[in-house]
Design a protein around this ligand. Structure first.
Ligand code: AQP
Length: 332
């Protein structure tokens, strides 16, 4: 089976709807066809300040959500990034292969560092994409399920894998981004020109999956649309309505064409009311399942222990190969 790998940050506690539709849903799908590795990337999380106690708690919350979303530890390898020390180790090697200018061109870093200001921006945030490169290459992953915002980081991963392979001899599979066109970018409900995001969205613009379901339903009802009344998918001129249609279609499996027919002549009110119900029906059991996993931390930690052990077997082999290729003298 080809390998897949992806990671998600534990920073906000709750995942948001964009995380779920853009990434986590694809994790669940790929565990059926791939030898899939999924991790909660706590090392990435500390590139911005974290409260230690919250980070620890949120790491379990992230794992519980992944399980609630449908990841099955018998079908995929689920672990926490810091439990596998090879991530940080390979990241160092890849740091030494990455150009300063190349890293400086990463748009996510440019956005975040501009917002934070130079004094509050860490070197860790700067090399974040290189740690991500190591994450992916350690598992020889061929597919990386992510949202559209990660495309540039996957391109960097491909470049560095090729650079390493041609400089030192073949060590790494060159991966591809697995981005689903329809859901690769879910937009903010209040400003459909930007992506739904925990750092840029206002509270009304983002649906946090662990919020009270009623709150999420209300946010759908107050989503920004446009001055027309026709329910039609048109990302250019009707980004708000198109975003709602994408969310609706993905959560229910009903096609967008069918939804357009269903709401012909009915206007936005009906669309939003129904989607709010869909949201309630989806979010309520998701929340309950997440809580069940959180109520049993021992089982959760056992899943993580098994996952880390499996991940380490693969990661250690790749790291040893990379160290050898680079010319690091093996310890006796
Ligand atoms: N709006 C989105 N639409 C589709 N996919 C998205 N992803 C994030 N936002 C959207 C995808 O979710 C996965 C996990 O991302 P992450 O761990 O990098 O999460 P994040 O960075 O905490 O998400 P945000 O909201 O985007 O955070 P900020 O605002 O801090 O950057 C990734 O595969 C991502 O593509």
């Amino acid at each position: 089976r080809p390998r897949a790998l992806s990671g998600i940050q534990p920073t906000a506690g709750s995942f948001h709807l964009g995380n779920y539709l853009g990434a986590v849903r694809q994790y669940v799908a790929l565990q059926e066809t791939h030898d899939a590795f999924y991790m909660v990337v706590d090392l990435h999380a500390i590139t911005i300040p974290q409260d230690p106690q919250e980070l620890r708690a949120n790491t379990r919350v992230a794992v519980a959500q992944l399980l609630a979303a449908g990841l099955d530890p018998d079908r995929c390898t689920l672990f926490v990034q810091s439990h596998v020390p090879e991530h940080a180790q390979l990241a160092w090697v890849m740091n030494c292969l990455t150009g300063f200018g190349e890293a400086s061109r990463m748009t996510q870093f440019k956005d975040k560092s501009t917002k934070q200001g130079a004094d509050r921006t860490t070197v860790g945030l700067f090399t974040y994409p290189v740690l991500q490169v190591a994450d992916i290459l350690l598992y020889q992953a061929s597919q990386v399920p992510v949202g559209e915002d990660q495309r540039q980081h996957i391109e960097l991963t491909r470049d560095l894998a090729e650079r390493f392979n041609s400089r030192f001899g073949h060590a790494f599979t060159v991966p591809s981004a697995h981005i689903v066109k329809e859901t690769g970018k879910i937009y903010d409900l209040q400003d459909p020109s930007i992506k739904m995001s925990k750092s840029a969205s206002t509270p009304k613009g983002i649906i946090s999956l662990l919020d009270e379901p009623k709150v999420s339903a209300k946010k759908i009802k107050s989503a920004v649309t446009d001055l027309e009344t026709v329910v039609r998918f048109d990302e250019e001129s009707k980004p708000g309505v198109s975003n709602l249609l994408t969310i609706y279609a993905t959560l229910t499996g009903v096609s967008i064409a069918e939804l357009e027919r269903k709401y012909e002549g009915k206007g936005y009110g009906a669309l939003k009311t129904d989607l709010a119900d869909v949201m309630l029906d989806w979010v309520a059991p998701f929340r309950a399942r997440t809580q069940e996993y959180l109520d049993d931390p021992e089982t959760l930690d056992n899943i993580l222990a098994k996952g880390a052990e499996k991940a380490r077997t693969v990661a250690a082999e790749t790291l040893a190969l990379a160290y050898d290729k680079v010319g690091l003298l093996p310890a006796k």
